[in-house]
Design a protein. Structure first.
Length: 600
């Protein structure tokens, strides 16, 4: 009990200087100033007010203080120690946005603001000269100007040219790299009136998002409807072509918004905040006006259509026992999709009996997603002697010809056309078991049991496997944010270096649970390649140590015997030419050891 009382006394003394954050200050900036005024390290102050689930605090997580304050701070405790309300602290963060748009989970909050909040501080030197603290608006990517001084925000220290990250700040007005005064403006760039007007609208929208607790946008469907109504120029009738063209300028697809409105988007997503603000700023509509927009019933009814009935699509495969029937038609996980060639399909379904997949185009006509029905019609009149002839005469891609051929082989059709492959019942069972255990098809395809591509496909396109794939309900995998992915990549590379697991892009992707394509898209492959080179160097150094040890042992065990170079290289199990390119110093060491041995 005495220890607990002593700790309480120490904590209370830590906060002898108490003050409130400035009205437009970022909470991270406030903590920096609070720790400095009390003569304490920032992490000591934060550690005392951290969330119980956090084992320790670190500067690398400082950017989260403004974005996810309730996840990294015990705000009630901090407010008590500073003798202020926790609501005042929350007003210095982006927390109100999550209440406004009904974001509940941490992952959902992170996605909602993804790419909108800077980790590096942009600042106005004049503002810092007037009052030394970081404004919360400076952390927003789209805010590039200071409206108070009509100038662009500076992106880096004007003395050393380095950017200032949130986690590096120890004094809001001092550069953490060169320790020069950030409030000293070397040059200023004038801002045009048109840019200032747009920035003023955007800043006002963000201030309302951060401060106004009376706004309410909790129904996702209403947000989508109001956006469509605005982009439709508030006309009561729904104009699809005009809307598609208008939304494309905001990098939005009408199909996505319609899914959002109708509640058919799975997994559940929210329209990105940046898209919403861009539309409102372009249309000169405030958030208060947006929340009060009444969408006419005629427009609402034209957008929210009844769901597609399963009976509208029947199986179109002539060889299928359910041909022209809907008894085996089931919905798949895909609701609508735009393909690379611009084709659009919605209401995606599949036939359990034959595995063919279908969807409805924009005109409501049934289209086959797969190409087996087309292939069937072609093979009824032509018997190609090779895949090359099949491709040349049919117009299908080589991969499509390959799959069509194997698909019908697995069903005992057109067996006299091309080379035959037999189904292994044992492998078929193993394939099915792998799917039950959530193995991905890309992983199954790499199994060493497959003798050829055809051998894999005859099992992959078997009726039992195709039916199982259609019925399979895989658990949704929570997507990593770029920041979380970066942390995991660093951790995974360090672990691979420590355990000597070969670092490759594929291995790292598998280790953190994302695809190689995502790593490449996010630009992380350069770092992985650097770590791979580092691993090569470490492995080489380890091999050199082993070679030196083996060379010493050879000479120690043959003191009175003349040792030839070839005997040493044989013992090392490497060629001299190999070492010349890889480690010439080993060759030099062998030469010097032989000279010394011969002299003695």
């Amino acid at each position: 009990m005495g220890i607990l009382l002593l700790k309480t006394v120490v904590v209370m003394r830590m906060f002898t200087v108490k003050f409130s954050p400035e009205p437009d200050e970022a909470l991270s900036s406030y903590l920096v100033r609070l720790s400095a005024e009390n003569g304490l390290p920032l992490l000591t102050l934060w550690n005392d007010c951290r969330k119980p689930h956090m084992s320790h605090t670190q500067r690398a997580d400082m950017h989260l203080i403004d974005i996810l304050p309730k996840s990294v701070l015990n705000l009630d405790r901090l407010a008590f120690l500073c003798n202020i309300s926790s609501d005042i602290l929350l007003n210095s963060t982006f927390n109100n946005l999550y209440c406004l748009f009904n974001c509940k989970e941490v992952a959902e909050k992170t996605r909602f603001l993804n790419g909108m909040i800077r980790d590096e501080i942009h600042f106005c030197a004049e503002c810092l000269r007037e009052s030394s603290y970081i404004r919360l608006l400076w952390r927003i990517n789209e805010i590039n100007c200071c409206l108070r001084h009509s100038c662009y925000l500076q992106e880096c220290c004007q003395h050393c040219g380095q950017a200032v990250s949130v986690d590096q700040i120890f004094d809001p007005s001092v550069c953490p790299h060169c320790y020069e005064d950030l409030s000293e403006s070397i040059y200023e760039q004038n801002v045009s009136d048109s840019v200032l007007i747009k920035q003023e609208r955007l800043a006002l929208a963000w201030i309302n998002l951060i401060k106004d607790h009376s706004l309410s946008l909790k129904e996702d469907k209403e947000i989508g409807l109001r956006l469509l109504f605005i982009v439709n120029n508030k006309k009561p009738m729904y104009h699809r072509t005009d809307l598609e063209r208008a939304l494309a300028s905001y990098n939005l697809r009408l199909d996505y918004i319609l899914q959002f409105i109708r509640g058919t988007l799975k997994p559940h997503r929210k329209i990105h905040l940046n898209k919403i603000l861009n539309i409102l700023c372009d249309q000169n509509i405030s958030l208060a006006e947006f929340t009060n927009i009444v969408v006419p019933d005629i427009f609402r009814d034209s957008v929210i259509k009844s769901k597609l009935r399963k009976a509208e699509i029947v199986c179109l495969a002539p060889w299928c026992i359910s041909y022209m029937s809907d008894k085996s038609i089931v919905k798949t996980g895909t609701l609508s999709k735009v393909y690379e060639d611009g084709t659009y399909l919605k209401g995606h379904v599949a036939c359990l009996d034959c595995g063919c997949e279908y969807g409805l185009d924009r005109e409501g006509k049934v289209k086959e997603k797969s190409y087996y029905a087309q292939g069937y019609r072609f093979l009824q009149g032509v018997k190609p002697s090779s895949l090359a002839e099949f491709q040349r005469t049919s117009g299908f891609t080589l991969n499509a010809c390959w799959r069509i051929n194997i698909y019908f082989q697995a069903r005992g059709l057109f067996n006299d056309n091309l080379d035959q492959v037999k189904v292994d019942e044992k492998l078929l069972g193993t394939f099915a078991e792998g799917l039950n255990n959530n193995f991905r098809l890309t992983d199954i395809q790499k199994w060493p049991c497959w003798e050829s591509k055809n051998h894999y496909l005859i099992h992959r396109l078997h009726p039992d496997i195709m039916r199982r794939l259609i019925q399979l309900k895989r658990p949704a995998i929570e997507r990593l944010s770029k920041h979380e992915c970066w942390k995991k990549i660093i951790q995974c590379c360090e672990e691979f270096l420590l355990t000597d697991v070969t670092i490759t892009i594929e291995n790292i992707a598998g280790g953190i649970g994302i695809t190689s394509a995502t790593l490449s898209k996010w630009g992380y492959t350069i770092y992985i390649k650097e770590m791979k080179e580092k691993q090569k160097i470490l492995r080489l150094e380890k091999r050199k140590d082993q070679w030196y040890k083996m060379i010493d042992e050879v000479f120690a065990n043959n003191i009175s015997t003349k040792i030839l170079s070839k005997d040493i290289y044989k013992q090392l199990n490497v060629k001299q030419s190999y070492l010349c390119a890889l480690a010439p110093e080993i060759n030099e060491y062998i030469r010097s050891c032989r000279e010394e041995s011969n002299l003695s």
